[in-house]
Write a protein that binds this ligand. Structure first.
Ligand code: NAD
Length: 706
């Protein structure tokens, strides 16, 4: 039963019971509705308490029902809310732990509310590109006041019940429980049982704190603020308009306006993208052949090999999660440098007020270091982050195999080397896994978990669970050159190179990519990461695979010593210590020479390439490679690819990732565009051959992400 019914003296208690967070799915809604009817028809019952079992009052709509007909099946949330509000006997919501979305809307329809301290209260629908659709935008401003309600609805952020209870004039909580919530709710219900008429939030007036402020002027000001802060997302402004309706319209008209806003938002690509990302994030942790009840190894102590750029950042993740870390290096100076960088990073956070001094001390207290392998032998997980050379990795993994306790997980942070080869350096390949963190490792959300041929299922399950603890989005990748993210980005960079060959400037390409929403265009990204990294990879790759065409412009750039920000010169010029990218006359000259070397008449203006074409060529290059990755089983599912790009490569969230975007554009149209690009003699026809999976989906009328 998803909601239980019990009579305690004169009070009926309805307890939501749909773990984990009492989601208001169809079965729960039906159970609540029938319990209300039962209480109404029971003459012995004088009042009703609604509460939640376990760890929540209610977390809101049941996400499993999202997008299915069940979400709308009667009683839908709006109908249930009306039923509760219309109940002839007083209904008291006894709120604790989590009261969000539909859960808060249900509570707002009750006649009274009593809350436990520490309850997280929110209307988070905006985070899915929606607005609260069961009266939340109309009732919260009436119960709490317009400004705080607007803030909550537009941000979606939770606020603690005790803070809300302090809002002057609020009628959200009639009482704060001092002790046992249910006992106090029962007493409160008995106390208010005889009172009539029953108070309803709909009868209150939605007021601004200062009655002298003109609501029109207030909302115009808010509109400007919200509009500026949410440029690519339509939901926040729609939320605002719904709250404005609570002030300017009669209640039922406001509800109608809310419904219209909800329905309109539901259809927007932005909301679809946000909902896709929400489910994609949850799907990443599921591995087809690794059951969810796979026993986990414990990870209480971590060792990191190498205190360089990555080793330091990786260590911070574990320190932040309260897990002790020991770092091993070959030389004391390298160790000192690495530890000093960690300290400096934390100090910067303290300075900015992002980290409290005692937390900083606590974290540094969990950190130790050594030059000696014997000192790390008892770690449960060791992550290697030494130089990217197979011989160095070999030496390290042989050492680890010799000293680490049985059952320790041996991970490598390699970006390009074969995990299976690395595993073979040990007698325990089942314990070896790739953990590909992204730089800066203490900031970037993405973690690619590279599954070797022999990697144990329990090892995989353990590192996926560990990733959650250190707040990473972990995506499983099979073994291949570049794994998911970098293998795709290489095709994107190849296309960016072809665009230069055709006469685009780096600024033009970056501007188009950034207008599309990428955090950074390909050339600014190259300058940040260091163009020399790609150079050394290309030297290897294109010698091995001479049939792969690429633009040599990036090699010409590196031959000039223009490695990027670190040399103050890359695709752009940089002033010492500055990150502002300025167009470079040297690069323009270099590109002209390069095009002449390709046999082009550079006295004639090149073809003008539209932003739309630039973006399609960059993004569809990603999509086609991802289709290969899916076919090869390197990526488990298209939504995993999207999570890699959303969390690791600055792909715009409101577009949902490259695969979701391709679906939105229509795969037929994607392939048509690819065919057009293939005909361009300056491009590479082979590059644009649709991957078999993509071709199949078009033929079947399928999508990547449905
Ligand atoms: P780095 O040069 O900054 O650091 C490497 C550190 O390893 C140095 O401090 C060095 O002294 C130490 N080291 C070398 N040999 C060692 C050994 N035998 N035992 C112990 N310590 C040793 O390099 P990095 O950028 O931190 O990269 C480390 C690894 O992470 C590489 O495999 C790299 O491919 C991978 N990676 C790097 C990035 C990045 O953006 N920098 C991103 C993802 C993965």
């Amino acid at each position: 039963m998803t909601a239980s019914y019990q009579v305690r003296g004169p009070v009926a208690v309805i307890t939501l019971n749909n773990p984990p967070v009492n989601g208001m799915g169809f079965a729960t809604r039906k159970a609540i509705a029938s319990a209300i009817e039962q209480a109404e028809s029971d003459a012995a019952v004088q009042a009703i308490v609604i509460t939640g079992a376990g760890a929540a009052f209610s977390g809101g709509a049941d996400i499993k029902e999202f997008g299915s007909p069940k979400a709308l099946a009667e009683p839908n949330l709006l109908s249930l809310v009306l039923l509760v509000e219309a109940c002839a006997k007083p209904v008291v919501a006894a709120i604790h732990s989590v009261c969000m979305g539909g859960g808060l809307e249900l509570a707002l329809a009750c006649h009274y509310r009593i809350a436990a301290v520490g309850t997280k209260v929110a209307l988070p629908e905006v985070k899915l590109g929606l607005l609260p659709g069961a009266g939340g935008t109309q009732r919260l401003p009436r119960a709490l006041g317009v400004e705080p309600a607007l803030n909550m609805i537009v941000s979606g952020e939770p606020v603690l019940s005790e803070l809300l209870a302090q809002v002057p004039g609020q009628q959200l909580f009639h009482r704060m429980a001092q002790g046992d919530l249910l006992e106090e709710a029962l007493a409160f219900a008995a106390e208010v049982a005889p009172q009539r008429p029953l108070p309803r939030v709909r009868d209150l007036k939605a007021r601004l704190t200062d009655a002298k402020v003109d609501p029109q002027a207030y909302f115009q000001f808010a509109r400007n603020m919200v509009g500026a802060q949410s440029r690519n997302f339509p939901a926040p402004l729609r939320c605002l308009e719904a709250v404005a309706a609570a002030v300017t319209m009669k209640f039922d008209d406001g509800i109608r306006a809310e419904r219209e806003g909800f329905a309109a938002l539901m259809m927007t690509p932005e909301s679809k993208a946000l909902r896709h990302a929400f489910f994609a994030e949850r799907a990443t942790s599921k591995i087809a052949d690794v059951p969810s009840d796979t026993p986990l190894r414990k990870i209480e102590r971590v060792a990191v090999i190498g205190a360089g750029t990555m080793g330091g950042g990786i260590s911070m993740n574990f320190l932040n999660a309260g897990i002790p870390v020991i770092i091993l290096e070959t030389k004391q100076e390298a160790l000192d440098r690495g530890l000093a960088t960690i300290r400096k990073n934390y100090e910067a956070q303290v300075k900015k007020g992002k980290l409290k001094e005692d937390k900083f001390q606590q974290r540094m207290g969990l950190l130790s270091s050594t030059l000696n392998y014997a000192d790390i032998a008892q770690a449960d997980l060791v992550i290697e982050a030494v130089f990217e050379e197979m011989s160095v990795k070999e030496a390290v993994f042989k050492q680890l195999d010799a000293v680490m306790k049985p059952g320790a997980i041996l991970a490598s942070n390699t970006s390009t080397l074969d995990i299976n080869t690395i595993a073979q350096f040990t007698q325990r390949p089942q314990d070896v896994v790739g953990l590909h963190f992204f730089s800066p490792a203490h900031v970037m959300k993405l973690l690619e978990v590279v599954r070797g041929a022999a990697t144990g299922k329990d090892v995989l399950a353990t590192v996926m669970a560990m990733a959650k603890k250190i707040r990473k989005t972990a995506v499983v990748s099979g073994v291949c050159d570049g794994f998911i993210g970098n293998r795709m980005i290489e095709q994107y960079f190849r296309q960016a190179g072809f665009l230069l060959d055709e006469g685009c400037s780096p600024e033009q390409v970056d501007r188009a990519a950034e207008k599309f929403g990428f955090a950074m265009g390909p050339f600014r990204m190259g300058d940040l990461a260091g163009n020399d990294i790609g150079w050394s990879i290309r030297k290897r790759r294109y010698v091995e695979k001479p049939e792969l065409r690429y633009s040599a412009s990036a090699d010409c750039l590196c031959e000039l010593g223009r490695y990027g920000q670190k040399t103050q010169a890359g695709w752009y010029d940089y002033q010492t210590g500055q990150r502002d990218a300025m167009p470079s006359p040297v690069v323009a000259e270099m590109l002209l020479k390069h095009r002449a070397s390709l046999g082009q008449d550079v006295t004639v203006a090149p073809r003008q390439i539209r932003d739309e074409e630039i973006v399609q060529r960059l993004v569809y290059a990603l999509v086609n490679e991802a289709a290969h990755l899916l076919e090869e089983g390197i990526a488990q599912r298209a939504s995993d690819v999207d999570m890699v790009y959303l969390t690791g490569y600055g792909f715009p969230l409101w577009r949902g990732g490259p695969m979701c975007y391709a679906d939105t554009m229509g795969l037929f149209n994607v392939v048509q565009a690819m065919k057009r690009f293939a005909k361009n003699p300056m491009d590479d026809a082979k590059f644009w051959e649709p991957a078999p999976l993509l071709a199949r989906l078009v033929a079947e009328g399928g999508t990547f992400t449905a």
